[in-house]
Write a protein that binds this ligand. Structure first.
Ligand code: 2NL
Length: 377
């Protein structure tokens, strides 16, 4: 760097700038704060290098041609030196920290927050496991359905009063085939699709979300249902009763489950039966088991079922003279409440993590029904 000429009065600006002195000063800076103070002193708005730059305005073109490059070179030299020193100080600070700080690898790691399995998911897994033992596959399908799969194929024609009873959420537009679109009111359409796709024989369960325009203490507009369907030759009510009894014993993990079948009506089954189980109250909670007619016991409805209506078998693309079947439908949320002792359905869907911490299941410690269906109690 050439010797600076600006050691004295210069165009009215009092400057004392010796480039070698400036560089020495920057190099001697020991802290980032001190360096920043120097930057302001030279390059800041009121800085001395900035003041020199301003003098260019008052020069003749000839003077400017001579002095301009020198002043700019000076500014660049100071800027570069400040940057070099800044990097050196930062590196030194980091080295000092690295030398001073140590990581104690023997300290226990902080515990990560753990998620948990929602009771509805847990019960769905249990149902899939129990029915897998009985030869059922799990079928899924769309939650947005057309009215043919949700109603017509289930023997609920346009004018059928049960369509109104379902309090359906309809979409404003029809699909390409001109069918009304809706949120499925049950998982039956999944089974209709399974029949059409896979034919017979068939054993499927269809668990999932269903929607009805209904909302109070015991009804949420979205809830969970599992339906089951068996199609084979020579299927009769005895198969239905044995299957449901075997399922309920496995689910409640009790061998003393007693069923009561009551005649009922569903458009998609004929005959239709409502299934009750005996229970008693123990410690303020419903405990399933024993006959509902026994002292201190009562009957509680748990599911609806029946022999698949001939018309529904035909809508599923099968010959009802050749194939018969039974079907059932259960509310999963209520099934979870009965087994795990919750009393408010709405809390299931509030998304409150405190509720989930209380009722949820550890992801890696899922209680499985490892005994399997049919294992002696
Ligand atoms: C109830 C009643 C039921 C079915 C669902 C069904 C499905 C097909 C064919 C015939 Cl594809 N039936 N499902 C049958 C009887 C009852 O549910 O009260 N559920 C909570």
């Amino acid at each position: 760097m050439s010797q600076s000429p600006w050691n004295d009065e210069f165009f009215g600006v009092k400057v004392l700038l010796d480039i070698n002195q400036v560089i020495a000063e920057i190099e001697a800076t020991g802290t980032l704060d001190a360096l920043e103070a120097l930057r302001v002193q030279y390059l800041g708005k009121q800085g001395s290098v900035s003041a020199l730059l301003k003098t260019l305005g008052g020069m003749t073109p000839e003077q400017r041609q001579v002095e301009g490059p020198k002043i700019h070179a000076l500014r660049e030299a100071v800027t570069a030196e400040l940057a070099t020193r800044k990097a050196a100080l930062e590196t030194a600070a980091l080295d000092a920290r690295l030398a001073a700080e140590t990581v104690d690898l023997t300290l226990p790691a902080p515990e990560a927050p753990k998620g948990s399995v929602h009771p509805v998911s847990q019960v769905m897994d249990e149902l899939a496991e129990i029915f897998a033992d009985l030869g059922f596959a799990v079928a899924t399908g769309p939650e947005i359905e057309d009215d043919w799969h949700n109603f017509t194929a289930l023997n609920m024609p346009e004018t059928h009063p049960a369509r109104a009873m379902h309090d359906t959420f309809y979409f404003p537009d029809r699909n390409e085939a001109g069918r009304e679109m809706l949120l499925r009111t049950h998982t039956s359409p999944v089974q209709i699709r399974a029949m059409l796709r896979e034919g017979a024989p068939l054993r499927v369960i269809a668990p999932g979300r269903v929607y009805r325009s209904d909302s109070d203490a015991t009804h949420t507009p979205m809830f969970h249902q599992v339906e089951g369907l068996v199609i084979d030759k020579g299927i009769h009510l005895g198969h239905l009763k044995w299957t449901l009894e075997t399922f309920l014993k496995a689910y409640f993990e009790r061998d003393d489950i007693v069923l009561r079948l009551r005649p009922s009506y569903f458009p998609f089954t004929e005959p239709s039966v409502e299934v009750d189980v005996g229970y008693s109250i123990e410690g303020g909670r419903r405990v399933v088991g024993g006959s509902g007619d026994a002292p201190g016991h009562a009957w509680m409805e748990v599911l609806g079922s029946g022999m698949v209506n001939r018309k529904v078998i035909a809508f599923g693309g099968l010959d009802p003279d050749e194939w018969q079947g039974f079907a059932f439908g259960i509310g999963i949320d209520r099934l979870a409440m009965l087994k795990y002792g919750m009393n408010d359905l709405r809390a299931f869907f509030d998304g409150d993590v405190r509720w989930l911490a209380h009722y949820g299941f550890a992801a890696l410690d899922v209680p499985t029904l490892s005994g399997g269906v049919g294992t002696p109690a």
